[in-house]
Design a protein around this ligand. Structure first.
Ligand code: NI
Length: 139
């Protein structure tokens, strides 16, 4: 971890009260930790907008009885090997499967994979959760 630096921040009383309410509702125990997370989040956003590297997970649910669904999902994953680290398949019940794909790579390619899966008829609740691929989160 790098050296800690303290700095003063001036802001309107009302804005500070709103900030304190916000971080209380998010269960932060102090302003510094909340501010650090917000700064990291903004830095990540900037990195993503610049087309940088991300790591994350794509999760989705589908009914495996839907015609040709499994082969479509498999085809897309074979074509996206570059960004797929691993895939976990969970049989939820008689009809439904949950799939979790761990991804790492260029943000554009990860977004494309998520979009392709989302667009398949029968794929539901497809969600992509992204974080940095390392550097900018750890710092
Ligand atoms: Ni299954």
């Amino acid at each position: 971890m790098s050296e800690l630096v303290r700095f003063g921040v001036s802001l309107e009383k009302e804005l500070l009260e709103r900030f304190d309410n916000l971080i209380r509702s998010r269960k932060y125990t102090n302003r510094s930790e909340a501010l650090r997370d917000m700064i990291r989040q903004e830095l990540l956003k900037q990195e993503w907008e610049a087309g940088g590297e991300v790591a994350g997970a794509i999760t989705f649910i589908y009914d495996h009885h839907t015609r040709e669904l499994l082969s479509k999902i498999t085809d897309i994953q074979h074509d996206s090997q570059e960004v797929i680290i691993s895939t976990q398949h969970i049989h939820l019940d008689h009809h439904h499967c949950l799939e979790i794909i761990a991804v790492k790579g260029r943000v554009k390619k990860v977004l494309k994979l998520a979009d392709l899966l989302k667009a398949i008829k029968g794929v539901r609740h497809c969600a992509l959760s992204m974080t940095g691929s390392g550097e900018e989160v750890i710092k």
